[in-house]
Design a protein around this ligand. Structure first.
Ligand SMILES: Nc1ncnc2c1ncn2[C@@H]1O[C@H](COP(=O)(O)OP(=O)(O)OP(=O)(O)O)[C@@H](O)[C@H]1O
Ligand SMILES: [Mg+2]
Length: 308
């Protein structure tokens, strides 16, 4: 397997509490794998183990066909990481930052120079090329970090929350870039922006308390949850609903999550009642609440009625 293969991976930091529990992942050699989950779910721990920064407590992991525990040096040659707390070096210019990273990775002087300029250009950072990092905004610094890893020859890239702190336009720009890059690279991306994972990821892994509680493409996750469509009813009165649907109350109405057939039947009934409603494919946010909540057993949502 030339992509990512993780088997029964567990990690405890103090011998008692598990940051990862029995994680299993299979992912091909190209595309974006996005890991989502609440604070403390284990995303960074997983990425750091895959990137050879941390040792697992048990289990195995390989990236690009290389065992990251047995052969960390070989694994590092094909990968690059932008850690969650990555900072640029204040007294270096953007170009010096990328350039020195490339020298460190073993590129010859002139190639490193060329690559640094090209990579900054690719991310639209030309005008910051000769600017000291300490003078850049937080978002621009993050982009320089991404330019740094993209300049290397790594074909596996780990990005731990790369768009945190970016403005909406910069974020979209980075999305477009990642969308292009995923055809050639294997990118592992964590994010708290669920629309980002929905837009970019080929596979989404939902983590909760160190476990992967669901994994798959958007369609696979919808199928697994049995919830393809969401019907939002903008009315304080709860409509009559068929059994087996998931009902979430929100301020001013109800959201019904269900399969295709029931969603259409409900929409039809609502249309006859002249109710205000909208029907859409279920979003990752809906699925995230469903899988994460289900696993922590805090499901306080309502069900449909016995008679419909
Ligand atoms: N160096 C460490 N020593 C001890 N415990 C740690 C360490 N790093 C993380 N943990 C714990 O491991 C668990 C998983 O943390 P991790 O950083 O992997 O979560 P995360 O999903 O990346 O969270 P966030 O969304 O906040 O970045 C948490 O309970 C955290 O407190
Ligand atoms: Mg993290």
């Amino acid at each position: 397997m030339n992509g990512i293969e993780v088997r029964n991976l567990s990690k405890t930091y103090d011998g008692r509490t598990y940051a990862l529990r029995n994680v299993n992942i299979m992912f091909p050699e190209r595309g974006i794998l996005s890991i989502i989950g609440r604070n403390g779910a284990g995303k960074t721990t997983l990425i750091r183990i895959l990137a050879t920064e941390l040792m697992p407590t048990s289990g195995s992991a390989s990236v690009g066909g290389i065992d990251v525990v047995a052969k960390p040096a070989a694994a590092r040659e094909i990968m690059a990481i932008v850690p969650q707390e990555a900072r640029t070096i204040p007294w270096m210019t953007a170009r010096q930052q990328v350039f020195s990273y490339l020298l460190y990775r073993g590129f010859p002087y002139s190639e490193a120079k060329e690559r640094a300029v090209k990579s900054l250009k690719q991310l639209g950072l030309q005008k910051y090329t000769n600017k000291l990092s300490r003078l850049l905004s937080g978002g621009t610094k993050r982009k320089v970090m991404v330019a740094t890893v993209l300049a290397s020859e790594a074909r596996v890239i780990f990005l731990d929350e790369p768009t945190t702190g970016l403005d909406p336009i910069s974020r979209r720009e980075l999305w477009q870039l990642l969308n292009k890059l995923k055809k050639e690279y294997l990118i592992v991306l964590t994010t708290h922006y669920l629309e980002e994972a929905e837009y970019l990821a080929d596979t989404i892994a939902i983590m909760e308390s160190g476990r992967i509680v669901a994994m798959g493409s958007m369609d696979e996750l919808r199928k697994r949850a049995g919830q393809q469509y969401s019907v939002r009813v903008m009315d304080e009165r709860r409509p009559k609903l068929p059994k087996g649907v998931r009902v979430v109350r929100f301020d001013g109405g109800y959201q019904v999550l269900t399969d295709r057939e029931r969603a259409f039947a409900i929409s039809n009934a609502l249309m006859h009642e002249k109710a205000r409603f909208s029907t859409n494919p279920v979003s990752l946010e809906d699925l995230f609440y469903y899988f994460a909540k289900r696993s922590i057993n805090e499901d306080t949502e309502e069900q449909g009625d016995d008679e419909w």
